[in-house]
Design a protein around this ligand. Structure first.
Ligand SMILES: [Zn+2]
Length: 252
C-alpha cells in the first residue's frame, strides 16, 4: 500500500524539494478527522528542524482580552508562512503533522511555565470558507496536538457568525485587524458543572486580534480561557510612530 501511495504522491519536501524518508508514525498516520488515508507528510526532517526558531511568549493586548498568555512553537518566518500556505490554500493536509508538532511544543512550553489547561479548542472558520477549503486547518492542528499531548480537543464550542477578511492581508499593526474580527465569533453556553480551562489553537498569532475575539466570545458564553497557542508567534506589533517624537525639542 505504501509503495502505491509513494508512487502516486511522492514525498517531496515543500521547502527544499528533496525526497527523504519519514518517521514511521507519519506513514499513513492514525485516523484523524480531516486527514485522509493518502495525506502524507511533505516536509523533510531537516526543514522541520529549521522551522523551530524559538520564540519568547507574550501576552495579548488590552483591546479584547488583556493579559492572555500567548505561546508559539516557532517564531513566524517566511518558511513557516510558506508551509502554512501549502496547507491552507493548496490543500496539502499532511503538513498538519509537522505544524501540529509546533503547536505541541507551544503547549509544552506553556505547561513548563506553570499554565494549566484541560482542553483545546480551535479558531473556527466560517462555514462558507470551510466548505470552499474542505477543512479547518486550525482544527486539524488542534486535533493532532491533542493526540500528542493527551489533552482533549473540544469541537463545535465556538463558531464564526460572519465571514471576515483574511487577517494576513492586513498589516500586523493595522487597527482594522480588530474591527475585522470584533463580534465575529460566538460560543455555545457552558453545559458542564466543572468548567475546563481552555487553550485556543490557531495557525499563526500576529496581532492576537483573532485569538482575542475568540477568547472574548468563549468567556461571554461562560467558558474559562487561560491560554492561546499557535504554530507560529510573531513578536508584538510595533506601535505606530509617535508624531511628537518628530518635533524638535530644541528650537534655534
Ligand atoms: Zn526539506
Amino acid at each position: 500500500m505504501d509503495l502505491i501511495l509513494d508512487a502516486c504522491y511522492p514525498r517531496r519536501c515543500v521547502l527544499c524539494r528533496d525526497l527523504d524518508c519519514w518517521p514511521p508514525r507519519w506513514s499513513g498516520g492514525p485516523r484523524v478527522t480531516g486527514l485522509r488515508r493518502f495525506d502524507r507528510p511533505h516536509l523533510c526532517p531537516a526543514c522541520c528542524g529549521r522551522l523551530r526558531r524559538p520564540v519568547a511568549p507574550r501576552h495579548s493586548g488590552g483591546e479584547l482580552l488583556a493579559g492572555l498568555p500567548l505561546f508559539g512553537g516557532a517564531r513566524t518566518g517566511a518558511d513557516l508562512v510558506r508551509v502554512l500556505a501549502e496547507l491552507k490554500y493548496r490543500g496539502v493536509r499532511a503538513l498538519a503533522w509537522p505544524l501540529a508538532d509546533l503547536v505541541a511544543d507551544a503547549l509544552a512550553a506553556a505547561a513548563a511555565a506553570g499554565i494549566e489547561y484541560d482542553a483545546l479548542v480551535a479558531v473556527p472558520l466560517h462555514r462558507s470558507r470551510r466548505r470552499e477549503r474542505g477543512f479547518n486547518h486550525a482544527a486539524l492542528l488542534a486535533r493532532l496536538a491533542a493526540r500528542q499531548t493527551a489533552v482533549p480537543y473540544l469541537a463545535r464550542l465556538v463558531y464564526r457568525r460572519r465571514p471576515t477578511a483574511q487577517q494576513a492581508r492586513l498589516g500586523a499593526a493595522d487597527p482594522d485587524r480588530l474591527t475585522n474580527v470584533a463580534g465575529a465569533f460566538a460560543a455555545v453556553d457552558v453545559w458542564q458543572a466543572v468548567q475546563p480551562r481552555l487553550a485556543i489553537v490557531d495557525d499563526l498569532i500576529t496581532s492576537g486580534a483573532t485569538l482575542g475575539a475568540v477568547a472574548a466570545a468563549l468567556q461571554e458564553a461562560g467558558w474559562r480561557v487561560v491560554l492561546g497557542v499557535a504554530a507560529g508567534l510573531a513578536p508584538p506589533p510595533e506601535p505606530p510612530p509617535n508624531p511628537s517624537l518628530d518635533t524638535p525639542s530644541v528650537r534655534f
